[in-house]
Ligand binder design. Structure first.
Ligand SMILES: NC(=O)c1ccc[n+]([C@@H]2O[C@H](COP(=O)([O-])OP(=O)(O)OC[C@H]3O[C@@H](n4cnc5c(N)ncnc54)[C@H](O)[C@@H]3O)[C@@H](O)[C@H]2O)c1
Ligand SMILES: N[C@@H](CCC=O)C(=O)O
Length: 542
């Protein structure tokens, strides 16, 4: 780069802290957790320069102790959502005209605030709000969000540095304009990093954003807003509104100034939003950008040559970390008959070594609570169904109890039907379904993996046979946007494995890559001619 162009700090992945007993980070995060537990956090709406308290509030409770209230958040009505649009448009000009390196500095500062003074807060808030263990909180709310901010600034500078060639007497320049209007960011409950990244990536490119976090993630969303404000993000650039998602969406998507949707969440909701945008297409100033990362039904397939302990570990980590509430979670597994029982015995032994699901405050817990009662009840229904269906049986787990927290035991369903309901439907919980295939049916089973699910987000093959790896890589080309060889199908790292999938899993605009940031700009080509023609005749006219 160089040539009079600001050189941004080289991005690097934030090291994951251990939180081992006796470490300062462990003491600090547990201390902060207790402060949150005893306290009452109040979350306003962030609209322009105002922190709006409407008095129409909803309680926030940890999923692992759902009768305990740790705060309330205020909800917006239609008038306030309309006011948010007006505020956005007022703020847009100044933010869009700010030199890119000034915008970059705000988000680089945000990354350092999270890496330092806010690390314990954002991790403790994520443990509290989403019932994440400290390790899951650390790799998400601290490290992945820091990485998103640092690497996106680097990708941003690369984009601005992409300039066309010029020619004699002509200077061609590309201006990467923000979109003309506002961006609507809708984020899911399960990753604090995604909640921060969706509004930040659009804002970084000069856009103004209306951000609607998940009702189940507002507690940690507030910490994100605290960080952005302390980092110097001007008021009105990212506006955070909570409330009825249908009303908020209907209000925003009927605005002529709606310029883009940055969504992460379920496939059904994304398709409904896309339909709404289509129905309003004639009212928009500009064609809105639509970026969505959605559901998954992620697979693990083991080849007969795979090492049983490696397969078992990929299943246990991939299926049960965060209680299976990752879009990338392993939820359908294909095992060869010759090693299936050995692998399943190893899985059962691992599960037997778990504590019962409990609070993340007890850092020896590997599994905590699922996010809310609706998820709990859905999972209980599938578990009960498997207990009675003739082509399914529960070989581990199967218990659940919502008297204190939404606790579902890590559960393994074994089915004789490769198209059994839980081999196809996203459950989004600690339930994995296993199908055993005859060793000689390896190639046929690859076709089954590809044809079983509407989703194509992540998947993993485990094998020590290179030819089998090649065959699987080819055969499974279309059924995973993030494909893992000899590892679990979760845990993409920003700057290393850009994340996203196709089919019903999203538009695959790869969060954490320059490709995603390009969705939030509208390039303008400027051609300056230094010797302007003064005669209409071209040479051939003589
Ligand atoms: N592909 C990915 O990168 C990725 C990442 C995280 C989660 N997910 C997916 O998200 C889902 C789990 O997250 P979730 O439970 O928060 O998803 P969800 O779809 O229930 O909610 C996501 C967001 O959409 C909002 N929403 C819900 N209904 C809406 C409506 N009618 N109009 C407008 N907004 C609406 C919610 O309030 C929330 O903010 C799973 O399907 C998971 O696979 C995908
Ligand atoms: N990017 C995360 C999944 C995010 C969805 O929930 C992973 O790769 O595990």
């Amino acid at each position: 780069m160089g040539k009079g162009f600001f050189q941004v700090p080289t991005a690097y992945n934030e090291p994951v802290k251990s939180y081992a007993p006796g470490t300062p980070e462990r003491d600090e995060v547990l201390k902060q957790y207790k402060v949150y537990y005893k306290g009452k956090v109040e979350v306003p709406l962030y609209i322009g320069s105002e922190e709006v308290k409407t008095g129409n509030t909803k309680p926030m409770s940890p999923p692992h102790e759902h009768k305990h209230v740790v705060g309330h958040y205020h909800t917006a009505d239609k008038k306030l959502v309309e006011k948010t649009i007006a505020n956005c448009l007022e703020s847009r000009r100044a933010w869009a005209n700010l030199p890119w390196e000034q915008r970059a500095a705000v988000f680089l500062k945000a990354a350092e605030l999270i890496a330092g003074p806010y690390r314990a807060k954002i991790n403790a808030a994520t443990m509290m709000a989403q019932s994440k263990t400290i390790h899951q909180a650390e790799i998400d709310a601290a490290c992945e969000l820091i990485d998103f901010l640092r690497f996106n600034v680097e990708f941003m500078s690369q984009i601005y540095g992409e300039q066309p060639e010029s020619s004699e007497g002509i200077w061609n320049r590309v201006e990467y304009r923000p979109l003309e209007g506002f961006i609507y960011a809708i984020t899911p409950f399960n990753f604090t990093a995604i909640a921060g990244n969706l509004p930040a990536s659009a804002a970084m490119m000069g856009n103004v954003v209306v951000w609607k976090p998940s009702d189940s993630q507002v507690f940690s969303a507030k910490v994100i807003m605290d960080v952005f404000k302390e980092a110097g993000l001007p008021d009105g650039v990212i506006n955070m509104v909570m409330g009825d998602p249908v009303m908020i969406s209907e209000t925003l998507l009927t605005s002529p100034d709606f310029a883009g949707l940055h969504f992460t969440g379920s496939t059904y909701v994304f398709k409904e939003l896309w339909k709404q945008i289509g129905n309003n297409i004639h009212s928009y100033k500009t064609y809105p950008r639509i970026v969505g990362e959605t559901g998954g039904k992620d697979f693990i397939i083991a080849h007969p040559s795979a090492k049983p302990k490696q397969v078992a570990t990929a299943i246990v980590r991939g299926a049960f970390e965060l209680q299976g509430q990752k879009c990338s979670a392993a939820s359908r597994v294909y095992l060869p008959k010759s090693v299936a029982n050995e692998i399943l015995d190893l899985v059962k032994a691992d599960l037997a070594s778990f504590n019962k699901p409990g609070s993340p405050e007890d850092m020896s817990n590997f599994v905590t609570a699922v996010i809310h009662e609706a998820s709990f009840d859905k999972l209980a229904k599938y578990i009960d169904q498997a207990k009675t269906d003739k082509d399914a049986e529960i070989i581990a787990g199967g218990g659940y109890d919502k008297s204190v927290g939404y606790f579902v035991e890590p559960t393994v369903i074994l089915t004789t039907n490769p198209k059994y309901e839980t081999m196809c439907t996203e459950l989004f919980g600690p339930v994995v379904t296993v199908y055993i295939y005859e060793d000689q049916d390896w190639s046929e089973t690859l076709k089954l993996v590809d044809s079983t699910s509407e989703y194509a987000l992540t998947g993993a093959v485990l094998s020590t046979d290179r030819y089998a790896i090649e065959e699987a890589t080819k055969a499974l080309q279309d059924c995973a946007g993030n494909f893992y060889i000899n590892d679990k199908p979760t845990g993409a790292v920003v700057g290393q494995q850009p994340f996203g999938g196709a089919r019903a899993s999203g538009t695959n605009d790869k969060a954490g890559s320059a490709q995603n940031l390009l969705r939030w700009v509208s390039p303008r080509l400027i051609k300056e001619t230094f010797v302007t023609p003064e005669d209409y005749r071209y040479p051939f006219l003589g």
